[in-house]
Ligand binder design. Structure first.
Ligand SMILES: [Zn+2]
Length: 500
């Protein structure tokens, strides 16, 4: 059997002023043909899972294009057109295709198409006709009717932090094999409760999200149920169909799929108040660092997460730390290529006067005028030790560690969410010996940092990826939707969410 694959992956934050053009995709990686195997063979990623799944079944896997960019603003019409053409040409130029297994994100928005995955699946379907078309997707996918109607099989991650991409890739190939041998005829039900939970409420390691996943697993074990996707959605794509959704896929049993999908819909609606989040004021967090007897304390700067489209050059938290006179910490990371160049020019051990961060917009603090000592240089690459993206090479671009007020401040040339402990090891930092570490991340940092953290504190800070969704003026998402609309919960709780 001949299986064709491809990836166009982007989580679009339409409020970010970082334009997502081809250069943004090239920074993270655009690969063609067999380069895909060199990059993903042996990695614990969805594409790694698709590769191994095909190998297991003795299928020939034909790669087209793989393109992914760090979350940022709307994809330009030109970039999406280029990548879609690459994917479709790859498929058109391949003969005797038996099935398609793609990996897409699910929250991509281009200047012309609010739902790029729906567009991709529709165009692929036009070319390949009536053969199995399967796709793995991110937990943050905003599933749409266009996606569901054009694919036979959609499988999202079950985890946030995302640590099951590999397993979902293998699963997609296994179920495709059963479509090919005629033992699986997919029937799907799709439900979209009016829910737009903030990222912190989507963490699958705790209630309520864990409770919802446990129910989905119970249902997946029922006879005739093949796979269930719980997708938490991505608010900042701000498309009409943004938000939480469920896709239940059964074998030739539409009634069962409908019943289970409706049951999940009703369950999260009943639990909706438990999806409200309550981060900690920064002053309280700094007090806890001073009082701590066990370290390190991990502070999550959830307002400036590059993994959700934050610029990652926010200075708000570092400024508060310096004003409080706290030392012995690590800041991971601040994106500022200009400061990296300046530090490289000055040399190891030298003092530099810098204007650090705060360059991208006015939501994340002012540039910080400080004197820093240059401590360490790196090319910014390392191999992820996991459990997220195990085996994948990370690339932060040229990177320096600066000593600012007795803290190690990691400054990078590329935006990169700190999800892996190799990040610190590659820079000569023993993070376990530190008093505290600030991570610019919403939830993904937990996979690697939970085991080393004495305590984790989600900071109530301003920024593009703050959970205070009501303040952002989202324009296109369907209304009414929880928690944006007051009539869906109590007025008192709504006031709490509305405050800046
Ligand atoms: Zn995600």
């Amino acid at each position: 059997m001949r299986i064709i694959t491809g990836t166009i992956s982007h989580e679009t934050n339409v409020l970010s002023n970082i334009v997502t053009d081809m250069d943004e995709f090239r920074k993270r990686g655009v690969f063609y043909g067999d380069e895909l195997f060199a990059r993903f063979n042996g990695t614990k990623t969805p594409v790694g899972g698709i590769i191994d799944g095909c190998r297991c079944h003795g299928f020939e896997l034909i790669p087209t294009v793989y393109a992914a960019a760090t979350p940022s603003g709307t994809i330009t019409a030109d970039a999406f057109d280029t990548l879609l053409s690459d994917l479709l040409e790859g498929i058109r130029n391949t003969s005797d295709i038996d099935a398609v297994v793609l990996h897409l994100h699910g929250a991509g928005v281009s200047a012309l198409y609010p739902d790029i995955e729906g567009k991709i699946l529709e165009e692929v379907r036009k070319i390949v006709g009536n053969i199995p078309l399967a796709c793995t997707l991110d937990f943050h996918a905003n599933f749409t009717h266009q996606m569901v109607n054009n694919a036979d099989l959609l499988i999202g991650y079950d985890t946030y932090p995302h640590i099951d991409g590999y397993e979902r890739g293998v699963e997609a190939v296994n179920l495709t094999a059963r479509m090919l041998d005629g033992t699986f005829k997919p029937t799907k039900a799709f439900r979209q409760p009016p829910m737009l939970p903030a990222l912190q409420a989507q963490f699958t390691g705790r209630h309520p999200m864990r409770t919802v996943l446990e129910e989905a697993y119970r249902m997946e074990a029922l006879p005739g149920v093949e796979t269930i996707t719980v997708a938490a959605g991505f608010p900042w794509s701000d498309i009409h169909e943004a938000g939480m959704s469920f896709v239940v896929t059964t074998h030739d049993n539409q009634a069962l799929a409908d019943e289970l999908a409706q049951s999940l819909h009703d369950m999260v609606w009943h639990l909706r108040r438990e999806f409200l989040v309550n981060p900690t004021p920064i002053r309280e967090a700094l007090r806890r660092i001073r009082a701590a007897t066990h370290t390190p304390i991990v502070l999550a700067d959830i307002g400036d997460n590059p993994g959700a489209g934050g610029p990652e050059d926010g200075t708000y938290v570092l400024q508060a730390i310096l004003e409080a006179g706290l030392d012995g910490g690590v800041i991971a990371v601040i994106w500022d290529p200009g400061v990296v160049t300046q530090a490289l020019g000055a040399g190891d051990g030298q003092l530099v006067d810098i204007q650090l961060g705060g360059h991208t917009d006015d939501l994340h603090g002012e540039p910080l005028a400080v004197t820093a000592r240059v401590k360490y240089f790196s090319d910014g690459t390392f191999i992820n030790e996991g459990p997220m993206g195990t085996g994948v090479q990370a690339d932060m671009g040229a990177t320096v560690v600066l000593d600012i007020g007795g803290n190690d401040v990691i400054v990078t040339s590329k935006r990169h969410q700190p999800t892996d402990l190799q990040l610190y090891k590659s820079l000569g930092i023993d993070v376990t010996s530190k008093r505290f570490v600030v991570v610019k991340s919403s939830v993904h940092f937990r996979a690697a940092h939970d085991p080393i953290a004495a305590e984790i504190i989600e900071l109530d800070v301003p920024g593009l990826t703050s959970p205070r969704l009501a303040g952002f003026g989202l324009k296109h998402v369907r209304r009414p939707i929880f928690p944006l609309d007051a009539e869906m919960l109590g007025i008192t709780e709504m006031k709490q969410m509305d405050q800046p």
